[in-house]
Design a protein around this ligand. Structure first.
Ligand SMILES: Cc1cc2nc3c(=O)[nH]c(=O)nc-3n(C[C@H](O)[C@H](O)[C@H](O)COP(=O)(O)O)c2cc1C
Length: 338
């Protein structure tokens, strides 16, 4: 069924198709058809970060930036749904076109630039949702906030989302906000993570509810850089790492239509680069929960992500190309791994 929907959707430009598909999903959800679209949901519970995930397959950040579609997406059999990236104030993101499909490579290039309706809107939507599963909220900084003041934006978001998130992701790896990726290194990283950890501990104490902090990193790092990040994550008692975001490399898609568009490349070409980062993280952080994301488009690739060292996985581009059936396929494949 999805292949028919996809052939119609793929005639539209990528961002219009995205909006139409999400509206269609909302409608299907309201008509009680979500379960039929999802197929049989997979019950393969796992405890991680003090949370109970119904299965190991989540939706990656960026598809539902404002939590406007949480009920519909949550009904598709995901073990968890990550919404955002959200920033303190609403912002429109980069000019369109800013989203491109590269079907020959099973890939997408995006330079959305954190278009979102702001943290207050997202919080209201999460509160209004009836989804009872695990919700991660992914936070970032506004474009107009200088990188030296980035910590203020992350703290403002942390304060507002803490009461409504099962876990919070600190996104420092989008290539579409100038300077953001610098936060992955050295004193910037330590300063940001220690401030967030300190505020998180206070909020946990005040609310009597511990909300784990995850950090999302880029695939464009060598092993030594992954090592430095790893040290900083453990020094600041971070609960999990999400690897990875999109890549700025174009090696795997050179010559294809849209390959030279600016932005982050996702899908099949990022599968191996993110597995390399996951393997290195696992080697350096044997105990830390890792959420593996990048290029999963089948049960087999989900299993490979797990073999690289991921405890949980997330889908984005594969979900666009393969549709909701991919969720159950991956969750089943992972439930069969001992
Ligand atoms: C259109 C688009 C928008 C995205 N927006 C975000 C975002 O706002 N925050 C974030 O952390 N990651 C974002 N991502 C990255 C994905 O969450 C994921 O890390 C990346 O695409 C690799 O996974 P994939 O190969 O399965 O797509 C976005 C990806 C795409 C394709």
């Amino acid at each position: 069924m999805y292949s028919l929907a996809r052939s119609l959707l793929f005639r539209l430009d990528a961002e219009t198709a995205h909006g139409v598909a999400l509206k269609g999903l909302d409608l299907a959800g309201r008509m009680g058809l979500a379960a039929r679209i999802a197929g049989e949901t997979v019950d393969d519970p796992v405890e991680l970060m003090g949370l109970r995930f119904p299965n190991r397959v989540g939706l990656a950040a960026g598809l539902d930036k404002n939590a406007d579609h949480l009920d519909a997406l949550g009904a598709l059999g995901f073990g968890f749904v990550e919404v955002g990236t959200v920033t303190p104030r609403p912002q429109s993101g980069n000019p369109t076109p800013r989203l491109f499909r590269l079907p020959e490579a099973g890939a997408i290039i995006n330079r959305m630039g954190f278009n979102n309706a702001g943290v207050d809107h997202l919080v209201a939507r999460v509160r209004a949702s009836r989804f009872e599963g695990v919700v991660g909220i992914n936070i970032g900084k506004n474009l107009t906030t200088p990188v030296e003041r980035a910590v203020d934006d992350y703290l403002a978001c942390l304060e507002k989302v803490h009461a409504h998130a099962h876990y919070i992701t600190v996104n420092i790896s989008s290539p579409n906000t100038p300077g953001l990726r610098n936060l992955q290194f050295g004193e910037h990283l330590d300063g940001l993570l220690s401030a967030l950890r300190e505020r998180g501990v206070r909020l946990d104490g005040d609310s009597g509810r511990r909300v784990p902090l995850a950090v999302k990193i880029a695939p464009d790092m060598d092993d030594e850089e992954v090592g430095l990040v790893s040290q900083c994550l453990s020094a600041n008692d971070i609960d999990a790492v999400i690897a990875t975001n999109t890549t700025v490399s174009r090696e795997a898609v050179a010559g294809l239509e849209h390959a030279d568009e600016q932005g982050g490349l996702s899908g099949r070409p990022v599968f191996e680069p993110s597995n390399r980062v996951i393997r290195e993280l696992r080697r350096r952080l044997p105990e830390m929960p890792i959420i593996g994301v990048g290029g999963i488009d089948s049960g087999e690739t989900a299993r490979a992500k797990r073999e690289a060292g991921a405890d949980l996985v997330q889908l984005y581009s594969g979900f666009i190309y393969r549709g909701p059936g991919l969720v159950g396929e991956c969750a089943r494949a992972l439930s069969e791994v001992t």
